[in-house]
Design a protein around this ligand. Structure first.
Ligand code: OKP
Ligand code: ZN
Length: 316
């Protein structure tokens, strides 16, 4: 299995986030990548690929040019170690700009696009190890540790060649991804996530959000109760896969967040490390080519092992 990543993605390195006015240690740490890469190497995954640079239009056909320019220009004025918090393009207090945020976010988007290109060139499965994550980023806003929506950018790229389904299994609802494709029928969005009445992003991810206009029926949310177990989760995942099968996509993108893990420091489901292999197996029952895009997952010690377990569910 080809794995795409670059250490440039580690250059984004905020120190704190603000939660109810209190500064806390930044959960979306660069060590997440280190944990994953070293576990992959220990488990004999050797096919690592660096991303290449795609035309900016791949990003700016989704993200507004004013937002893109804001990230590009504003980060140039930030000093090493400084963090810039909200402006009209930043929706919350978890998503600061640092000197290298734009560079890392661009690299992360190119990691997603490189994976998508490999899929178009005939790979059956690729893992884009994106960081920072993407699924909360909207047309003109950063939020929830996300700047550019990597999965949406890859889906939009693939959509020129066929029907795309996105399965989002991060603990949090991917409001950004939903938003980009809400009125489109060429990209199906299906998400399993913690009930937004209780958890971030709080204002989207409800069952009645089904899409709009020609996109009606092509957005599907499965909000889940806290502390959900492996077995209950597997049942709902299988139901979600039926939505995807019915759609008959040519490509599948998995927004793979591992903050559904029982010991995740910011979340609250009860999934275990061996169960991620089962999730992988369930998803690999779908036959179309698959691009796995890394989203959340914040238990640094165990994240690498979770990813390895998950990838083992797919054929190498
Ligand atoms: C990003 B992704 C913790 C509050 C954290 C922000 C969550 C962003 C999640 N004190 N709230 O979907 O994994
Ligand atoms: Zn998450």
């Amino acid at each position: 299995m080809k794995i795409i990543y670059t250490d440039i993605q580690k250059k984004h390195n905020p120190i704190y986030e603000i939660y109810d006015g209190v500064k806390e240690s930044y959960a979306e740490k660069k060590e997440r990548i280190t944990s994953i890469v070293s576990a992959l190497k220990e488990n004999n995954y050797t096919d690592f690929i660096s991303p290449h640079h795609f035309p900016l239009s791949n990003i700016t056909s989704l993200h507004h040019i004013a937002y893109f320019n804001f990230l590009s220009n504003r980060t140039k004025k930030i000093k090493e170690g400084e963090e810039l918090y909200p402006s009209y393009f930043i929706m919350d207090t978890y998503t600061p700009l640092t000197k290298y945020t734009f560079e890392a976010a661009m690299a992360s988007a190119n990691v997603a696009l490189t994976g998508a290109e490999l899929i178009l060139n005939g790979e059956k499965i690729c893992y884009s190890l994106c960081r920072p994550p993407g699924h909360h980023a909207e047309e003109r806003s950063s939020g929830g540790y996300c700047y550019f929506n990597n999965a949406a950018i890859a889906a939009n790229y693939l959509s020129s060649q066929g029907r795309v389904a996105i399965l989002d299994i991060d603990y949090h609802h991917g409001n950004g991804t939903q938003h980009f494709f809400y009125e489109r029928n060429d990209v199906l969005y299906v998400s399993l996530h913690a009930d937004p009445n209780l958890k971030f992003p709080y204002n989207s991810g409800f069952v009645d959000e089904i899409g709009k206009g020609k996109g009606e029926g092509f957005n599907k949310n499965y909000p889940l109760p806290l502390n959900i177990s492996n077995i209950e989760y597997a049942n709902i995942l299988k139901r979600a896969l039926k939505d995807i099968r019915d759609y008959k996509p040519n490509f599948l993108i998995v927004s793979a967040g591992f903050d559904t893990y029982e010991k995740d420091p910011i979340a609250g489901f009860a999934l275990t490390i061996p169960f991620y292999k089962e999730i992988g197996q369930i998803i690999s029952s779908l036959t179309m080519p698959k691009l796995i895009i890394q989203e959340g997952g914040y238990n640094i010690d165990d994240l690498g092992r979770i990813v390895v377990s998950f990838l083992k569910g797919f054929i190498k």
